[in-house]
Design a protein around this ligand. Sequence first.
Ligand SMILES: [Zn+2]
Length: 472
Amino acid sequence: MTLSPETQSSLIRLGGQMMLAGKAYEYDRELADEIGPRLTGSANYVRATDWAVAEFTRLGLSNVHKEGWKIPATWEPETLATARMILPHEQRLHLESEGWSPSTPDGGVRGSVLYLADLRAESLKAAAGQIKGAIVLVDNASFNTVISKGFGVLFDALDQVGKDGAKAIILGIGTTNDAPSMIGVTNFVGSIANVPVGNLGKEDTLLLKRLLERGAVEHSPVEVEFSFKNRIHKNVTVNNVVAEIPGTDASGDYVLIGGHLDSWHPGTGAQDNGTGAATVVAVAEAIKASGLKPKRTIRFVLFGGEEEGTIGSIRYAQQHAGELSKCVGVFVTDTGAQAPKGWYDFGRADESDALNAIKPLLDSLGAGGVTTDGEYTFETDESAFLIKGVPAFVLWTPVDKYIQIHHKPSDTFDKVNQRDLNLGAATVGVTAYAFADAGNTLKHYSAKEVEDQLKAVNAYTEYQDMVAHKVL
Ligand SMILES: [Zn+2]
């Protein structure tokens, strides 16, 4: 990437603006504390889209608008769940409805618990007789028997358990202190599961498993009951929010800075992905406040439906397929706000070469690194663009603290560190602006090159799973 001296000084101005007067922390506070959890398509989510439109408009951005797409169902808890073990003794259980679960029938579900250690199709077939009429417990160990083939295969397995006549499913994937941790049983597309699915805390899950092992010896069943009511609306239009700072040249080329605006609900989505959404708006604010005019257009996009299967970005890439060739780079933030290390380049050496042009600047933020790690390739909104050959980047941060709060009640604003968030936002702003102003652009990969790229970062199986499940 070639950068003129003028661009270099613009980047220094923008980085300084973002570190010393950046607004990401305040934006995240507004999203997390004042709007609250932002389940896709919920009233809070709609308020968040209105908030973004109002702020982009106030900042004087161009082409500020919402872009709609249909989701099969939106979902919110309507009542608090109640849950208890009945046999071998009565005890409260820490269970909540899993996202995109139907309500339990009136009066709740009650039954014997069956633990399924293995979710592979042949094992489910063998267990079909026991599954019928049971409340099926699965946990991370069960998931691990199929997850390497992709989430689609996991959703198929849960679907099969429902078809085999289970009364309900309990996902024992909650964390310590009996906290829930959501994954969403959405079949990747935002549809509702075929039986009620609860999400159970870790200590309760371990208790049920110990009692089941004991019961197998003593022939005593473990029985539970639970009840919850969810508010479900079918076939709803969900909006992404789009705004632009127009480029000074007439090429029509643009850089896309994106992140998802939706969140899970046990917490307030302060870092998944309040900090990422706040970063998108904060970069726009800082460019405007600095009076900078990029050569290429910078487009800011807040996506919905990420937590249900990166649906908003997939729909966006489909709706904009005709102009993706004009997109010179996509920059996404979605791993919380620990101090950044640099960028995920998903194995594209030309991307890391390009970043060398700004490495001295990013090094001063501690963010001059690049990783080829592909573990999270299909975990956020860059993937819809990456698979079309567009140069795509995700901000690389450590996740040791983030993993403890992600999708849990503890994902709240008190965990956000303003300095670390500013470092990440400045990294996004400086990098994206460099691509918007650079003398040259990266090529788009062909379908064959994308295939080779995905294989090289061990993400091709997941890609095939998504294609097989008609997600992409
Ligand atoms: Zn996220």
